[in-house]
Design a protein around this ligand. Structure first.
Ligand code: FAD
Length: 290
């Protein structure tokens, strides 16, 4: 079994999301099969708003870790979890052999509220005080939507690292310069843990509108032109989106990024296309950096 923390950098990992409710596990395992054949360094499994996928996230992460022998990262949020529920969830993940947790606040929405934990940093401390999980935390190259300024957001990010975050994974972004500027500021603030770039291939015009609405990522002119030109044709848009994401990744790797985390949207063919395009590059960098 690989240990994510001993893999030479840059790492290459995937994110998947669980099916809603108890059905759909067969199809997600078909997705995991296909992704596992690409030999990623880690697969992360998202956590539905308010714990709606609590069981499925744990079950899928455990299978990835134990049956596929790929390091799994279980997402977990403050939203929807009291101290007591969090104790139970952590005990469950621990007993299932999951080693890595992406600890987040989550988004408050309707019935899903924050109760005992207000911020990810509190959850990180809570976990670190009790278990030896490796902790990942979220970061925002264009700042979190609610943060009044990048400086304040980075101060809070530093708190997450001080409380025990071992790795940061970024929100999606389409303009690498935003990531580089954020990374410089984080380093100046003394944040020295690896910062992985979260990359989402654009596959349709409606998907990008939804995503940008949710996270506020800037759409560069070049990408806007691509969407305008190819958005009417799903196959053309898909190919152009994968090419754009691949170009983003090649540039990030050339600029020393420590890891790429690909939001696969449960579409292994997209992950395969991108993985195959960068395999040689990743290999050469790993050999070079030792
Ligand atoms: P926090 O770190 O708590 O920050 C939230 C806001 O509060 C920021 O504006 C921050 O600056 C501010 N803040 C932090 N600490 C303090 C403080 N002490 N005092 C005042 N302000 C403070 N959501 C899900 O529901 N499920 C998922 O599986 C999921 N996966 C994700 C994966 C990645 C890689 C990313 C980037 C996001 C993911 N999200 C997921 C979304 C995430 O839950 C939201 O972005 C959420 O709004 C913020 O989570 P956080 O952990 O960054 O929160």
């Amino acid at each position: 079994m690989k240990d994510f923390f001993n893999i030479p950098k840059p790492t290459f990992s995937f994110e998947i999301f669980p099916p809603k409710g108890p059905t759909g596990l067969d199809s997600i395992f078909a997705t995991v099969d296909a992704l596992a054949s690409l030999a990623p360094d880690l697969i992360s499994v998202t956590y539905g708003a308010g714990g709606t996928s609590r069981e499925n996230t744990a079950e899928i992460a455990s299978a990835i870790q134990n049956s596929y022998s790929i390091p799994a990262l279980a997402h977990l949020t403050c939203v929807g979890n009291s101290f007591e529920q969090m104790e139970a969830t952590l005990a469950d993940l621990h007993s299932r052999g999951v080693k890595n947790i992406l600890a987040m606040r989550g988004d408050k929405s309707g019935e899903y509220a924050l109760t005992d934990f207000q911020h990810a940093s509190e959850l990180i401390k809570f976990i670190k005080d009790r278990y030896d999980f490796k902790i990942f935390a979220a970061c925002y190259p264009e700042k979190h939507l609610e943060a009044p300024s990048m400086e304040e957001d980075i101060d809070h990010l530093a708190e997450k690292v001080a409380n025990g975050a071992d790795v940061l994974i970024s929100q999606l972004f389409f303009k690498n310069d935003k990531f580089y500027s954020f990374r410089d500021k984080a380093r100046e603030a003394g944040i020295n843990v690896p910062i992985e770039a979260g990359i989402m291939p654009v596959t349709s015009a409606s998907q990008i509108k939804r995503m940008v609405g949710m996270c506020g990522a800037t759409i560069p002119d070049g990408l806007a032109k691509i969407i305008e030109t190819y958005g009417h044709n799903s196959m053309a848009m898909r190919e152009a989106g994968m090419a754009y994401a691949t170009a983003q990744i090649v540039d990030l790797l050339a600029n020393g990024v420590e890891g790429i985390h690909l939001y696969t949207m449960n579409q292994p063919d997209i992950a395969k296309n991108i993985s195959e395009s960068i395999r040689g590059i990743l290999y050469s960098l790993r050999v070079k950096r030792g």
